[in-house]
Design a protein around this ligand. Structure first.
Ligand SMILES: [Zn+2]
Length: 217
């Protein structure tokens, strides 16, 4: 039983002003950690009223929290094969507006890694859907774990969250790891010609509670 998660602690916290490509700016408090079980350099971005220094578990309000899985192609290069870039951009602004944390989790390609994700794209171009491609590569459909997200929240003194996500698995896992999810706040659907099939597959497979107009695919 992983409950309660192994204790992680804040390693360093610094303020970082953010400016996105569309000109949106906000201030973030960026946290690194010691003791995360996956050994990855995961970061938490405190935004809005959580952009101040954390000294103790003090805040009264429930923060809006989004665990965002790293997607190099989408987050950095604006790949339209997925909706990660727009999701990240939306999440930062919504969290900054209401106060909370974006947890940037280094689990690329649903946890299979960057090169494997590119391999999976190649298989998708040959006709497999995003889940079938992962299975064909010997991976599970989704290998992501949110245990480190729970560890990060605990280190930040956050025991209750409003979860900004369309993915019920994130809520399930966080609850299993001892985080109280008071509500799940859906994100927008960021549809483009290139990611329509990807989003429709996510919705059809039940991994996401997206309402995707299937005719767009
Ligand atoms: Zn992506």
């Amino acid at each position: 039983m992983p409950l309660p998660p192994q204790t992680a602690t804040i390693r360093t916290q610094v303020s970082v002003p953010l400016r996105f490509a569309d000109g949106y700016t906000t201030l973030a408090r960026v946290f690194s950690f010691d003791g995360l079980v996956d050994g990855q350099e995961n970061l938490a971005f405190g935004l809005g009223d959580r952009a101040a220094a954390v000294t103790s578990a003090s805040a009264e309000t429930v923060p809006l929290v989004r665990p965002h899985s790293e997607c190099l192609t989408g987050d950095v290069f604006g790949s339209e094969r997925c909706d990660c870039g727009p999701q990240l951009r939306e999440a930062v602004e919504r969290i900054a507006d209401s106060g909370g944390y974006l947890l940037y989790l280094r689990q690329e390609g649903r946890g299979i890694g960057l090169y494997a994700k590119i391999d999976a794209y190649a298989l998708q171009d040959a006709g497999l859907d995003t889940y079938e491609a992962n299975l064909a590569l010997g991976h599970r459909e989704d290998e992501r774990s949110y245990l480190v997200a729970a560890q990060m929240l605990q280190a930040l003194g956050v025991l209750r969250v409003a979860l900004l996500s369309n993915n019920p698995d994130k809520a399930r896992q966080l609850r299993r790891f001892g985080v109280t999810v008071t509500e799940r706040v859906p994100t927008s659907v960021h549809l483009s010609a290139a990611n329509a099939r990807y989003l429709a597959t996510k919705a059809r497979r039940g991994a996401n509670t997206l309402d995707v107009p299937l005719s767009a695919g």
